[in-house]
Design a protein around this ligand. Structure first.
Ligand code: SME
Length: 164
């Protein structure tokens, strides 16, 4: 299959602001008119992997029957179910906020799915005031994520929230 339709890559990966703007455009474009959540999360996991450097895991957990259940991702196989309030992901849900963790080894209750992970960014996708899923980015580098990464992934979460 050919076609440039899905050739989404950052123009200049060293320009972080521009790259996150392009990521948001790509997420919006690829999910427009598509209501299937799994398809949209799968494409977004691949887009995040392509646009955000120095990651060892990028993907989703969905809120299903009162717990987090693994969704589409790029990376090594991961824990399937995470209770609310547990680990970085479960804490993001119970506190309904973004978690930016510079050193996961110092985070109480961190769930080590991939031993390579050193820092983590978790952003909730909110619908009608409730968390419906979370976006989880793991990096092998300590303190990989800053406020610009947080804003960039929160923009992705806002776009996806409209599709849920
Ligand atoms: N480290 C996460 C678990 C998910 S994996 O990193 C993909 C946590 O503590 O919630």
């Amino acid at each position: 299959m050919g076609g440039a339709m899905f050739d989404f890559l950052p123009t200049n990966p060293s320009d972080k602001a521009a790259t996150y703007a392009e990521l948001a455009e790509a997420v919006s474009a690829i999910t427009t008119g598509e209501s299937d959540r799994i398809a949209n999360m799968a494409n977004c996991a691949a887009l995040i992997d392509a646009f955000v450097g120095d990651l060892n895991w990028s993907g989703f957990y969905r809120v299903v029957d009162g717990e987090l259940v693994l969704g589409p991702f790029v990376g090594r196989p991961a824990c399937i179910r995470i209770p609310f309030g547990k680990g970085v992901c479960g804490t993001s849900v119970s506190e309904k906020r973004t978690m930016l963790v510079d050193d996961v080894h110092a985070f109480p209750g961190h769930i080590a799915c991939d031993s390579a992970s050193r820092s983590e960014l978790v952003v909730p996708i909110m619908k009608d005031g409730e968390v419906v899923a979370i976006i989880d980015l793991d990096s092998p580098s300590p303190a990989r994520f800053d406020a610009e990464d947080q804003a960039g992934i929160e923009a992705v979460a806002a776009i996806l929230a409209e599709r849920f």
